[in-house]
Design a protein around this ligand. Structure first.
Ligand code: AMP
Length: 385
């Protein structure tokens, strides 16, 4: 029986899924929505699992199962109605997914999630493969925090190992007096203290690999954050061509080491001396890759779909430099006014019902021959002031 099961996995592993077959996606946010739109154009069907009946991906998909992500019966139904499964966020219930891998093919597997959903496991993995990260220490108690701060110094950043995103569940320690507030984070679970990297630039690279072992890599995106949330991505990143190559090489190395299936976002810090540190891995399409919809020959969503369906992976080309700017809740009304004035800009809206401060509502991509001029043009709108 076990042998038979292995044989089934092996066959499915190298098989290429066909047009007309169905991708089941766990999670129905904007990443899911853009995966769905790409899949539709490729002739694939999609079904979403999300508790919100009005979620962005559900609005575009062929079907939706309205249930929590960890609902085992709902996951089983999703598996039954899909030919292949994927997810659009990393905080998927691992136990629930492991339960599923017995019943359905999940090309990305669960090991990738085990590594990327835990900052400590992720950093350990990166170190094992000879990649540079910020220095770090595991911290579970106040005493361990004090010891780690003594070793790494100020400033340093305390982060929960699991569950944080967009700078949530982390605290920057600048001086001794910050220890009290920082240690409150320990109540949320195991933490990691990271030494501060004095980077000149934050970048990311999207990389993908399929079951045949083909790898493809996107250009490097330069990312500007505001209050820890991505504000703008500038492509290509304003780094030297040597740094660009180095960043892509790091991403490819990670994809190979992970035996990756699907797409992965690699977040990087670039130091003024050209040293590159890996900050984080995101085992899914990434906000900083949205520019690829208009600016590349294939989008990050096309490539993720192709990778999980085990279709061949093309070489990615940047057709034109681009800037992507996020529309958060507080920018939504003003950004709508821009539509009439900016015919060359690509406006995306995720169809979210509730407009909230700092909630990602949509984005704009601008193709340009002059990045500096376009950055100034964005600023001049005063929408993001
Ligand atoms: P993260 O959630 O780990 O991506 O952190 C959010 C943001 O905090 C990053 O995009 C950086 O701007 C900053 N940050 C995180 N870790 C470090 C670090 N070790 N050194 C310097 N800045 C950091």
């Amino acid at each position: 029986m076990i042998k038979l099961w292995k044989a089934v996995i092996f066959l499915a592993d190298t098989a290429q899924l066909k047009q007309g077959q169905t991708i089941g996606i766990i999670g129905g946010g904007q990443l899911g929505q853009m995966l769905v739109l790409s899949a539709k154009a490729m002739g694939l069907k999609t079904i979403i699992l999300d508790p919100d009946a009005t979620c962005p991906a559900g609005q575009a998909a062929d079907a939706q199962i309205v249930a929590p992500y960890d609902d085992l019966l709902a996951l089983e139904e999703l598996a039954k109605r899909s030919d292949v499964l994927t997810y659009e966020f990393e905080n998927v219930d691992l136990a629930a997914l492991e339960h599923l891998t017995d019943a359905k093919l999940l090309p990305q597997g669960t090991k990738l999630l085990q590594i990327t959903k835990n900052r400590l496991a992720e950093k350990a993995f990166l170190h094992e493969h000879g990649l540079k990260t910020a220095p770090f220490r595991a911290v579970n108690t106040r005493a361990e925090l004090e010891q780690a701060v003594a070793q790494l110094g100020f400033p340093s950043i305390l982060k929960t190992c699991e569950g944080g995103y967009d700078g949530k569940a982390q605290f920057t320690l600048k001086e001794e007096a910050d220890l009290d507030v920082a240690s409150e984070l320990l109540a949320q679970g195991p933490c990691i203290l990271e030494g501060f990297v004095n980077f000149s630039l934050e970048c990311s690279v999207m990389v993908a690999r399929n079951a045949k072992g083909e790898v493809t890599v996107f250009p490097v995106s330069e990312n500007v954050h505001r209050d820890h949330i991505l504000h703008e991505s500038i492509i290509p990143a304003r780094i030297t061509s040597k740094e660009h190559k180095k960043a892509q090489t790091i991403a490819i190395k990670i994809a190979q080491s992970l035996n990756l299936r699907g797409i992965l976002g690699v977040e990087l810090f670039v130091e003024p001396n050209g040293e590159i540190y890996v900050n984080e891995l995101a085992p899914r399409p990434h906000n900083s890759g949205h520019y690829s919809i208009e600016a590349c020959n294939f989008s990050q969503f096309d490539i993720h779909n192709r990778a999980v369906m085990n279709w061949p992976l093309p070489k990615i080309e940047l057709l034109k430099p681009a800037i992507m700017v996020n529309i958060l809740g507080q920018h939504k009304a003003l950004s709508e006014d821009l539509i009439a004035r900016k015919p060359q800009w690509h406006f995306h809206d995720y169809g979210k019902k509730d407009v909230r401060v700092d909630r990602k509502m949509g984005h704009i991509t601008i193709l340009t021959d002059d990045l500096e001029q376009t950055l100034a043009e964005i600023k001049a709108t005063q929408v993001w002031d």
